[in-house]
Design a binder for this molecule. Structure first.
Ligand code: ACO
Length: 428
């Protein structure tokens, strides 16, 4: 028998269907509520709103569980690679040997940018934030692929997905080179995804960057851990834009903009800046924690807290361990790591953070790894964007495959009631 919820409004009882997911998550389907009752639901910040059904990622925030297509993040982090995981997320399955080779070949075939795009890079000022360049250039890239704008797009989806995944990495590296006044380094078709990115970032025209396996592995892990995270702000943005039937590149460019903010992807940059500020001030973290608890200070403990996780973010656990390992292998002794560990210990003992269930999130330690491997701080959020691309692509695909209506929330209007135009001379 179909389960329903009963709602009593103005003395009348309405039955609303219950929807249950494969992990027993339950929702009340209110899609007919307004038609039946004249009421809408109000959920500021969407904390309690399921905006879609999705088969990509499962999170249990209370238990600290994250799975891509059912596979625990811990297993993927230990055994897989970013490109395998990208295939898993976008195509719905881990690739066999042939599929992996075909997917890698597609990435290689699409890694170059149209030469005309180089002129666009020239137009940005040297101090431009690379997230602005990334978003603009992903959008610009759509102009070079008119098939994105046609119905044939569906037939070539895998190619388009690979194209975006491959090009975003090239754009990101070019943006960095431009910001440093360095010549662009073209991708090397013999290198795998993450190694190729590091090559484009750090090689010189006359000297190849030395690819250390521990560095490649650490960055690949960062990409993998960011690959999807269900309906976060940027992914929900991608789905919103996709629902208007905008093309894949335009939708992903919108995702980059949403990610940029310091409460979302921009937090990894903000964490490192916070740690540097604490270090510079000679604080062991105690003064900063006091400020973070004071609502009037305007400060927050960056890299702490999460809308969904009310337990330790499983990605943070993996990243913390990787951070220790990479720094040891590279013989780096970073005082910021000591400050971060001290902050974490202090916050996890502090009633303010305990009561609010604020734990370290994925961004708390990722910046220290990126700093250790030479990624400049302004590129941190760009790393997040590269990593999140498979999730955005897979969510875009779900929207396109499901004939849902355009996403269009309602509101409760709280402005002026009927008012009338007054001519300028009569206005106060
Ligand atoms: N430092 C201090 N206090 C915090 C923090 C923090 N990092 N995070 C939340 N709080 C407090 C809030 O002030 C609020 O206190 P109150 O109940 O006394 O008013 C309470 O905890 C609940 O916080 P909300 O802002 O309502 O939580 P929300 O779910 O809306 O926000 C968010 C989640 C944005 C991640 C928040 O915890 C935050 O700003 N963290 C710091 C930024 C950050 O690390 N962002 C990365 C998120 S993960 C990601 O995008 C990959």
């Amino acid at each position: 028998m179909e389960k329903t919820a009963e709602l009593i409004l103005d003395g009348k009882t309405y039955k609303l269907p219950i929807v249950e997911g494969t992990e027993q998550e339950r929702a009340i389907d209110i899609s007919s509520l307004r038609n039946q009752t004249g009421y809408i639901t109000l959920d500021d910040g969407y904390g309690n709103t399921g905006s879609c059904k999705s088969q990509i990622t499962f999170i249990d925030g209370e238990k600290g569980i994250l799975r891509y297509r059912g596979i625990p993040i811990e297993e993927l982090a230990e055994k897989s690679t970013f490109i395998e995981v990208a295939h898993l997320i976008i195509m719905g399955k881990l690739p066999n040997n042939t599929e992996l080779r075909q997917f890698s070949d597609l990435l290689t075939q699409n890694e170059l940018l149209d030469e005309a795009m180089k002129h666009h890079f020239e137009g940005f000022p040297a101090h431009a934030h690379p997230m602005a360049i990334l978003s603009a250039m992903i959008n610009a890239a759509s102009c070079f692929h008119p098939e994105l704008l046609t119905d044939q797009f569906r037939d070539s989806f895998v190619v388009q997905a690979a194209r975006l995944l491959a090009k975003v990495r090239t754009i990101a590296a070019f943006a960095y080179r431009k910001s440093r006044g360095l010549p662009a380094i073209y991708p090397n078709p013999d290198l795998k995804y993450t190694a190729n990115f590091l090559h484009m970032m750090f090689s010189l025209p006359n000297r190849d960057y030395e690819l250390k396996p521990e560095v490649v592995k650490a960055l690949d892990l960062i990409f993998l851990l960011h690959a999807d995270h269900e309906q976060n702000c940027s992914t929900a943005t991608v789905r919103m834009v996709a629902s208007s039937r905008a093309n894949l590149f335009a939708s992903a460019a919108a995702g980059v903009c949403a990610l940029w903010g310091p409460l979302h992807g921009g937090a990894n940059q903000a964490v490192l800046e916070m740690l540097q500020e604490i270090h510079k001030a000679g604080d062991d973290g105690s003064r900063f924690i006091a400020a973070a608890k004071d609502k009037n200070s305007g400060k927050r403990l960056m890299g702490f807290g999460h809308r969904v996780y009310k337990n330790y973010d499983p990605r943070a656990k993996i990243i913390k361990k990787a951070c220790d390992e990479v720094l040891t292998k590279l013989h780096i002794n970073d005082p910021l790591l000591d400050i971060a560990k001290h902050l974490e210990e202090a916050a996890l003992r502090d009633p303010y953070f305990v009561e609010r269930k604020l734990y370290p999130n994925v961004d708390f330690y990722s910046g220290i790894i990126m700093r250790a491997i030479g990624i400049p701080v302004e590129m941190f959020t760009v790393m997040f964007a590269i990593g999140r691309m498979p999730g955005w692509i897979a969510n875009y695909k779900e929207v396109m495959e499901d004939p849902t209506r355009i996403y269009r929330p309602r509101q409760i209007y709280t402005g002026a009631t009927l008012n009338h135009y007054s001519s300028v001379k009569d206005r106060k």
